[in-house]
Design a protein around this ligand. Structure first.
Ligand code: FAD
Length: 459
């Protein structure tokens, strides 16, 4: 390495990786940055998590794409760490490697029946309606009652998408088959279930209020869940949530299309089959020490054909990179990756959800990435001149006979999605399959074959 042109690889082109790229550009004139992603599309969960009916948030893409306008930055799509390239190759080839791979797994309920057809994670459901190419098709035919476990904004998002009328979803960028499936939905009861009280829920008030005031949706709550809560020490968000819930409890929606059942102090005990989810058994809970609850033995059976657990995303281990299984993150000291022996691993860093877990909004990742990048820059200065293999991503891939996709390829996908949108009176219609994404990349290159076809869905 020379002090003038350090080379940094960033694994993951989601918000945290792109904020890190921008912070590197701002902090070092000579730096060169390669951003890798397993998908040919950048933006991570901004594209594949943020709800399609929250289109204004997609405006953040303008800020996130800024690094790619700088010639010091390159995008390598269809490059998966642990599959296309190894951690050792990257660490040997670059002066610093920043892991920004997000949290692509989910927590489980750990109850009987959880793996029955019809029971799945909200993450899978979100990936489907956002058009992620790995997502499995969701069949809502015959679903009249859907139960969601969890009391955060992801639970609110999936309940809103399930309860919303066609007019709300029609202008979004959802892939056409998703929109058609939701339009034909026969869901009439949506349940949102939390183990603790409304004062403990992590919803934000704007999102909660939006759900509670949806057209044609009748909120149903037990007023006892809202009674007797001492608001003195509660923060503004929680007080706002309680106020929104109290207002909703009094709302009467004539000829409601959907009933929205908000159930607090209930925990799932079992998902009942036999061949597919047909009901969930809930048990009333009571507060115990700290954040724990105890079951009271009072149970209730809720008929349902769709069970979604929205109880948290978790990081997936990256092959060869230290991982804290319990926390689902890469162990780190303020962004410096820590080895199992408690010492920092030179040249390895981490940002975003794989650093701190699935908490915070997109903007939270900006300060978080800046904090890590400050250490990267300090360490680069201290280690100036340390040798590397000099093999960057393009050379490494060529050695494996592989070809990545580029930022220009993403721009071709982007243009095609906007053209599809224009054809149906929408701003964009997402391309959701690996084969169509590959066709667009191929087409942008004049129709030639891709040396590496995008892979089938990851297991
Ligand atoms: C359902 C949902 C809705 C949300 N809605 C909002 C919202 O409305 N507003 C808001 O502010 N925030 C929202 N968030 C939070 C926001 O999305 C996150 O804060 C943010 O996306 C985290 O960024 P990240 O870069 O750490 O991870 P991600 O966004 O997950 O990006 C990680 C990237 O790494 C890539 N990757 C993973 N593994 C590999 C590998 N092995 N090799 C190469 N690449 C890899 C992935 O393809 C992905 O592109 C939402 C989150 C979810 C889950």
């Amino acid at each position: 390495m020379t002090a003038a042109a350090p080379r940094v690889a960033i694994v993951g082109a989601g918000p945290s990786g792109l904020f890190a790229a921008q912070a590197l550009l701002n902090g070092h004139d000579g730096v060169r940055v390669d951003v890798l992603d397993r998908l040919p599309t950048p933006f991570g969960l901004l594209r594949y998590g943020v709800a399609p009916d929250h289109a204004t948030i997609q405006g953040i893409q303008r800020a996130l794409r800024a690094p790619f306008a700088d010639e010091r930055v390159r995008f390598f799509g269809l490059v998966e760490l642990g599959r296309t390239l190894t951690r050792d190759e990257l660490v040997a080839g670059y002066d610093a490697v920043i892991y920004a791979a997000g949290a692509s797994e989910d927590r489980r309920l750990g109850i009987p029946g959880e793996d029955l057809p019809g029971s799945r994670s909200a993450r899978e459901f979100v990936a489907w309606y956002c058009g992620h190419p790995d997502a499995e098709e969701q069949d809502l035919s015959g679903v009249t009652s859907a139960v969601t476990f969890g009391v955060g904004n992801v639970a609110v998002d999936v309940c809103r998408v399930l309860a919303a009328d066609a007019a709300r979803l029609a202008p979004t960028d959802m892939p056409q088959p998703v929109l058609d499936e939701l339009r034909a939905s026969t869901v009439r009861d949506v349940w949102l279930v939390g183990r603790r009280g409304p004062q403990h829920a992590s919803f934000t008030t704007t999102e909660l209020r939006e759900l509670l005031t949806l057209d044609g949706v009748q909120p149903l709550l037990d007023p006892a869940d809202l009674a007797g809560i001492d608001a003195t020490d509660l923060d503004r968000r929680v007080r706002g949530n309680l106020e929104a819930l109290r207002t909703a409890a009094e709302r009467v929606v004539p000829e409601a299309r959907v009933r929205l059942h908000l159930r607090f102090w209930q925990r799932p005990v079992e998902i009942v089959g036999p061949d597919a989810a047909a009901a969930v058994v809930l048990e009333r809970t009571a507060p115990a020490a700290g954040t724990a609850v105890v079951g009271t033995g009072e149970t209730e059976v809720v008929p349902t054909q769709l069970v979604l657990r929205a109880i948290g995303y978790r990081g997936r281990p990256l092959l060869g990179v230290p991982f804290d299984k319990a926390a689902g993150v890469i162990p780190n000291a303020d962004g410096r990756v820590m080895r199992p022996d408690g010492t920092p691993s030179p040249g390895e860093y981490v940002v975003g959800w794989i650093k701190r877990g699935p908490i915070g909004v997109i903007g939270t990742n900006k300060a978080d990435a800046a904090a890590t990048v400050a250490h990267v820059l300090d360490d680069l200065e201290a280690s100036a001149g340390a040798p590397t293999s000099g093999l960057e991503v393009d050379a490494l891939l060529a050695a494996h006979g592989l070809q990545p996709s580029t930022f220009a390829d993403w721009e071709a996908i982007d243009a095609a999605e906007q053209a599809r949108g224009a054809g149906s009176g929408r701003q964009r219609v997402k391309v959701a399959s690996w084969s169509e994404l590959a066709d667009l990349v191929r087409h942008g290159r004049g129709g030639g074959p891709l040396e590496r076809e995008p892979d089938a869905p990851a297991p």
